[in-house]
Design a protein around this ligand. Structure first.
Ligand code: MRU
Length: 361
């Protein structure tokens, strides 16, 4: 999962060199980080669906890659040689995986690509299965490549001064949230590599603490200087001149550039605007949903209230209180300086003109 200091949260592991279909998927268990590094072996599509629901694997591109392998794992277990029957049995598998999390559009993009590939591939069922595995592997490898391009374009989009930047990020849009390298943290990694980074400020990101647990873990793992702050400290840090740019990821971006990301991102964007600090969203083309005109139509996942009222074994709130736990919010395009994609840094208003034609699945 980790070679040359690089982190890959989802990998295909061939069980046998002669039987290429018999392998399994290995996931880094992100629920156990940073205290324990553990790997979960996934052999069946319903185990992959549960791993996505329980956030063993999380982050928009990473769950897309995981779901693509999930479609293959389900397809592998279909016991028929009849192509029509095989395609019919593939549909409930895809449906189960689609139902895992509603906001990140990469999940639906990857599943749709897998299903479409199955329908467009002619030949015996075993050949369809091999083609599905090859497609999942391609989605996986392409995402790593894409993140490196996002990192390099992001580096060009960052402010020219000061020479060494202090970058604030929210949640985890790192290697763990993608197939490797990261989107927002990919920009940070590229800046670090080129000597343009002084330090990362990582919002802790209540309620699940992806910033404190995962972003900080990735930075420490690689020797990138990181300061964790609680979410309510970001405005203070900006007011004190401690932040030069904000870079975050996204789970779904509407055609007008409104961007859904982890809850709390919107307030960071508002404060950045108030302090004239550039605010960037880093995301691949697969995160853009051109079928949705604006952010009001993005479905927002609501998660278990226990994530708000309890930390570990400790109840934080009095019994009798009520709780609300939206997992994402929408940052309006007007607050975003640029969306950094594998095709370059693009103003939100130009997204549709510049990228819609490139998104043929
Ligand atoms: O609920 P999560 O942890 O899956 O949410 C992840 C985020 O909001 C990330 O910031 C986003 O997916 C971008 S990942 C490159």
């Amino acid at each position: 999962m980790s070679s040359n200091n690089q982190v890959f949260p989802v990998i295909w592991n061939d069980r046998s060199p002669t039987d290429t279909l018999s392998g399994h998927v290995l996931l880094i268990d992100q629920t156990r980080l940073p205290n324990e590094y553990g790997v979960v072996e996934i052999n069946r599509y319903d185990d992959m669906a549960r791993a996505i629901e329980t956030m063993i694997v999380r982050g928009a591109p990473a769950i897309g890659v995981a779901a693509a392998y999930g479609v293959f794992l389900g397809a592998r277990d279909i016991q028929t040689s009849d192509r029509g029957e095989f395609l019919a049995q593939l549909e409930p598998i895809a449906q189960r995986l689609r139902a895992t999390r509603p906001t990140a559009v990469n999940l639906f993009w990857a599943i749709d690509r897998m299903v479409k590939t199955a329908h467009q591939t002619l030949g015996p069922v075993d050949y369809l299965k091999q083609t599905l595995l090859d497609t999942a592997k391609a989605i996986n490898a392409d995402d790593v490549q894409t993140c490196h391009l996002i990192g390099d374009y992001g580096l060009q989009a960052l402010p020219a001064s000061p020479e060494k930047l202090r970058i604030l990020t929210h949640c985890n849009a790192g290697a763990l949230a993608t197939a490797g390298y990261g989107t927002a943290l990919g920009v940070v990694r590229s800046a670090w590599r080129e000597g343009r980074l002084e330090r990362v400020y990582a919002d802790e990101t209540r309620p699940r603490l992806q910033g404190a647990k995962l972003t900080a873990w990735e930075c420490v793992h690689e020797g990138i200087p990181v300061t964790v702050i609680t979410d309510n400290m970001a405005a203070h840090c900006m007011q004190r001149g401690m932040i030069d740019a904000v870079v975050v990821g996204a789970d779904r971006i509407a055609a007008n550039g409104d961007a859904a990301n982890k809850i709390g991102t919107y307030s960071v964007a508002l404060v950045a605007k108030a302090h004239n600090i550039p605010f960037f969203v880093a995301a691949p083309l697969s995160t853009i949903d051109f079928a949705i005109a604006d952010g009001s139509q993005i479905p927002i996942e609501e998660r278990d209230p226990g994530e708000v009222h309890t930390v570990g074994e400790t109840l934080l709130c009095p019994v009798g209180a009520e709780f609300y736990n939206p997992a994402f919010d929408v940052t309006p395009a007007a607050l975003i300086n640029a969306i950094i994609t594998e095709y370059g840094a693009i103003a939100p208003a130009d997204l549709k003109d510049q990228l819609a034609s490139k998104q043929a699945v």
